[in-house]
Design a protein around this ligand. Sequence first.
Ligand SMILES: [Zn+2]
Length: 287
Amino acid sequence: MEFIDLIKSTLIFRTIILFVFGLCIGSFLNVVIYRLPIMLNNIWKKECQEFLDENIVIEAEKFNLSYPSSHCPSCKAKVPFWSNIPIVGFLILCGKCYKCKAKISVRYLFIELLTGIVFACVGYVHNDLLLIGFSLVFFSILIALIFIDFDTYLLPDELTLPLVWIGLLTNLNGAISGSLKLAVFGAVVGYMSLWSIYWIFKLITGKEGMGYGDFKLLAAIGAFLGVTYLCNVLIVASLLGIVYTVYLRVCGKSQRGDAIPFGPFLGAGAIMTFFCGNYFINVFLLV
Ligand SMILES: [Zn+2]
């Protein structure tokens, strides 16, 4: 009880505890980001197999979040338990496999740190434990979606749909959006705005500008933040998307017509809006 009271009442204690907790969840998210798309792929292949009555090669029959245990992709050596300790494991290993010295992506470290910082910031701005709990679940799923979309161009229903419900549940009393009504409108407007843009673009050009996962992700963000913040999220997402596209073009890493995932920028826009409010839209209005 004392521990809970301490978390509720002491800002610095709450922030540090949530930072460390965020590092651990970030470590788990690294597993989800890598393994969930492979697991879904296997499920879809099995469904195709049953539907078409054909033999489709499934790489690993048994593959889930806990099996096989973590191993080096280069030499297949099992990752020692202590190396799973967030940040510390990476630093002790100097970012290399302990056996074959193959480089470990610095992105693992980045995702752990990002989750830790986001969790700490949630603890900094809120002290209601239920609200903190909902927000942490929301941001954990959001971070997983950002990187899954970045890697695979997929925003799985298995994550986007629960995110909509979590967004609405968080706002039963309007804790973040202001009222439940604003959260419900946020979900509807979030989905319909991108859906409309998708169909207008498709009717004019005959091409698909984005995926249905983007509509569901923005619906979830609208449910969580409320309809009044959606414009800000879209402005930040579009700006980041433009900067990233220009960067890829300048570096020669993409060509005209290449697809670029929109989910990571929607996610980044949601995180920035949660902490900064309508800051960006206000800057636009002033300009
Ligand atoms: Zn290795």
